[in-house]
Ligand binder design. Sequence first.
Ligand SMILES: NC(=O)c1ccc[n+]([C@@H]2O[C@H](COP(=O)([O-])OP(=O)(O)OC[C@H]3O[C@@H](n4cnc5c(N)ncnc54)[C@H](O)[C@@H]3O)[C@@H](O)[C@H]2O)c1
Ligand SMILES: *[C@@H]1O[C@H](CO)[C@@H](O)[C@H](O)[C@H]1NC(C)=O
Ligand SMILES: *[C@@H]1O[C@H](CO)[C@@H](O)[C@H](O)[C@H]1NC(C)=O
Length: 320
Amino acid sequence: MSKVSQSAGNSNNGNSNDIYNIFLLVVDILMLIAKFWIAIFEAVVGLFRPAPLEEVNGKVVLITGTGHGMGKEMALQYAKLGATILCWDVNEQTNNQTVKEIQKSGGKAFGYVCNVTKREELLELAQKVRKEHGFIHVVVNNAGIMPCHPLLEHTENEIRLMYDINVISHYWIIQSFLPDMIERNEGSIVALSSCAGLFGLVNLVPYCGTKFAVRGYMAALAEELRQKNPQSNVKLTTIYPYMIDTGLCKNPRYRFPSLFKLISPQVAAGSIIEAQRQGLEEAAIPRHFVAVEKIGRLIPRKAMRLVNDFLDTGVDTDKH
Ligand SMILES: NC(=O)c1ccc[n+]([C@@H]2O[C@H](COP(=O)([O-])OP(=O)(O)OC[C@H]3O[C@@H](n4cnc5c(N)ncnc54)[C@H](O)[C@@H]3O)[C@@H](O)[C@H]2O)c1
Ligand SMILES: *[C@@H]1O[C@H](CO)[C@@H](O)[C@H](O)[C@H]1NC(C)=O
Ligand SMILES: *[C@@H]1O[C@H](CO)[C@@H](O)[C@H](O)[C@H]1NC(C)=O
């Protein structure tokens, strides 16, 4: 269909060519309209009929931050589904514990000590596990930290470390494992953003920066993959959890605890695994938060702030 623009402006070809080009353009527009509405129809149907779950039995799943919290729970649950888990964490002791728990219940897991901020070590380890385990089917960029206080109290080291762990390390990990996925045209990359990647939150200025960054690079990467191969079957899933009871979020505050209660890491991990297996591009925990953000952006800020003040929900500083 791109022929339209090729001969446009070439006046020597005469009238019949112009008419032909207009005809092609009209066909293109009609196709767009038809496909547009089919896509919307499919999305509406999809709301009521969830996508089927991809099989993970026998596949290799790499997760960072498996020593604690959601990373650990994901490792345990993926192992129960029959996957082989590669557990990466900076804390050797807690990571070993996760590996042991999986092995004790009959699952397959391998532990690797790794500080994801160290690029050289990371790349070396990536080569090593590719050699030892072959194709890595699912990569979950989960390790993250969340210092929580006003921007003016954040130190330089804290901010740089947060970006290194929460964002920059993802690039090196993706660069290590994506080429195999593109070659085989299969596999999934999952990234932990946060509701702090959907909304701007008090005491979390740099953290929100890292989580919006995750959302941004994942959206851009999806377009890059699609441009390279419109039939690309490599799945990218960005996860936006609300407050999860892992201890990461030290001082949650809420006016209506029954509306915004902490979610257990077990439930959150199950929800992430489901989103990955369904191949969802975006999934909040709970799911409806993505829609809340979209609707919230349509409402004037001043009005939205009134609602926020009424709900009075957030995280207090971890300093006092
Ligand atoms: N807990 C929440 O409320 C919440 C909400 C939204 C998003 N998230 C995100 O979910 C992810 C997991 O959160 P969690 O609450 O399970 O965290 P957690 O603190 O319970 O566990 C994080 C794990 O990552 C490991 N880790 C930290 N720095 C590392 C490094 N440099 N290299 C390797 N491993 C490292 C830690 O040792 C720990 O085992 C994070 O990215 C977090 O930002 C959490
Ligand atoms: C973790 O496990 C490895 C391999 O089993 C072992 O060599 C190492 O000493 C353990 N480390 C800790 C801190 O338990
Ligand atoms: C990981 O490495 C960074 C430096 O790159 C360091 O500041 C940080 O303390 C290390 N994390 C741990 C838990 O050792």
